[in-house]
Design a protein around this ligand. Structure first.
Ligand SMILES: Cc1cc2nc3c(=O)[nH]c(=O)nc-3n(C[C@H](O)[C@H](O)[C@H](O)COP(=O)(O)OP(=O)(O)OC[C@H]3O[C@@H](n4cnc5c(N)ncnc54)[C@H](O)[C@@H]3O)c2cc1C
Length: 404
């Protein structure tokens, strides 16, 4: 199959709409919800309704994280540009507007992507249109997610969940939470399954919301599960503990969501570069492209280098999403995209702040906010170091026990 690096024509209207939304709906309320941490951005209800309407009418596929899912390769050799590619392209635009707000658009949670990745047909239908958060991290298990201690014990027609989950994005706002828990701690990672828990289920307690450096419009919750009974049909995927498949089932989610997080980084990185150019041009520090390269100012040369880095990240992101759309295993590429885009966005947003000096650090501009917002993109869904570890394992053909 050949890869065409142009943006697919049929996604251009979707990207255009996402850009309009980012500019007219997200940017104007960016600062408001950065300051009003934990206040629900009610303006997003209208946006969520619009996205639902577009999805229902079939006018747009994959407008948010909910859209990402793995395509089966039906062997016809045809090239597909599907929901993964559409999602990363539209999410990059939304995050050009605001990462924190994009992360809190109802029904577009990372848990929705988890459902799309591992749910069966019946479950996909049952949880359609619900806002789903994803709860993996625990006080004793962050990067090493195989180490989680939350348990799920079968009792009649229910699983009984016990454990503490921390740092759950939209955990207090979502309708349902996809919770990782082990069916049998003695059987290691292959016993880890994901369970859909409805908000308000007895035994599920929202303990607190965290105060954060960035993405303050997005809530980050701690939830405690104490003898929380969940219908057995809410276990996503197969209930069998298959030691050969190992962690594969639940980990598949990341192959779809890491390119989405990479796309978030692309959006905020581009926002910073564009605004920095505008400010420096206003001050007469930037010329135009007509000037010979050797006549560029130091600031200009630096912006060109950052453009190139961002473009490299963009291509890796598009490739990882395109592979998912075409049923090609993409774990390595998804990690490459996230590692590169997260690192580059952290660098760009901070460097832009430096280039703009005083305007970079004051609240008159969003640059300082973008630098704070971008940090998380190199941490959640697997830190920079963890992505590099995964890439190394894939390149060297080593398993998680051999290289850790
Ligand atoms: C705002 C926010 C939102 C989040 N949203 C969610 C969510 O929705 N759902 C969810 O489940 N989790 C979520 N998380 C949790 C996030 O995924 C974890 O913070 C992340 O996986 C890192 O885990 P940790 O914080 O425990 O750090 P640790 O795993 O303790 O890592 C600490 C440091 O050690 C490094 N490190 C760890 N292991 C290795 C290794 N083997 N080799 C080299 N370096 C290593 C890490 O890269 C890191 O720099 C969120 C976190 C934040 C801050």
């Amino acid at each position: 199959m050949a890869i065409n690096l142009d943006d697919p024509k049929r996604f251009r209207p979707l990207v255009g709409q996402a850009h309009q939304v980012a500019m007219n709906m997200l940017r104007p309320i960016s600062r408001k919800y950065d300051k009003a941490e934990h206040e629900y951005p009610k303006e997003l209800d209208m946006l969520a309704a619009m996205i639902d309407g577009l999805s229902e009418s079939g006018a747009s596929e994959g407008a948010g994280a909910a859209g990402v899912k793995r395509s089966e390769d039906d062997g016809d050799g045809a090239v597909r540009n599907g929901t993964n590619l559409a999602s990363v392209m539209s999410i990059a635009e939304m995050c050009w507007g605001d990462v924190g707000l994009a992360l809190t658009i109802p029904r577009q949670g990372l848990g929705n992507a988890a459902i799309a990745a591992v749910a069966n047909e019946e479950q996909s239908q049952r949880f359609k249109g619900r806002w789903a958060a994803m709860a993996i991290t625990e006080p004793g298990a962050g990067s090493d997610s195989a180490n989680i201690r939350s348990s799920a014990r079968l009792d009649g027609d229910h699983y009984v969940l016990n454990g503490e989950k921390i740092f759950i994005t939209a955990g207090g706002r979502a309708d349902i939470v996809v919770v990782w828990a082990s069916l049998d701690a003695a059987r290691g990672r292959s016993a880890i399954k994901s369970f859909v828990v409805e908000k308000g289920t007895p035994g599920m307690q929202l303990v607190r919301l965290d105060h954060k450096l960035g993405i303050r419009a997005s809530d980050t919750a701690t939830i405690l599960f104490t003898d929380c009974r969940v219908p057995r049909e809410n276990l996503l995927g197969s209930p069998e503990i298959d030691s050969k498949q190992g962690f594969g089932g639940v980990m598949q989610t990341f192959d779809n969501t890491r390119p989405v997080v990479a796309a978030m980084a692309l959006g905020v990185g581009r926002a910073s570069l564009e605004r920095t150019r505008e400010l420096l041009r206003q001050r007469g520090i930037l010329g135009g492209y007509e000037r010979a390269l050797f006549g560029s100012t130091a600031a200009e040369a630096e912006l060109y280098r950052m453009d190139a880095e961002l473009e490299a990240a963009r291509l890796l992101t598009i490739k990882a999403a395109w592979m998912a759309d075409n049923g090609i295993p993409n774990s390595k590429e998804a990690s490459m995209a996230k590692a590169k885009a997260g690192r580059v966005a952290n660098f760009i947003t901070l460097r832009c702040l430096q280039l703009c000096a005083a305007s970079g650090v004051t609240e008159t501009e969003l640059l300082e906010k973008w630098a704070r917002d971008s940090k998380i993109l190199d941490i959640f869904e697997g830190t920079q170091q963890i992505q590099l570890l995964i890439i190394a394992r894939r390149l060297l053909g080593k398993g998680s026990q051999e290289l850790r």
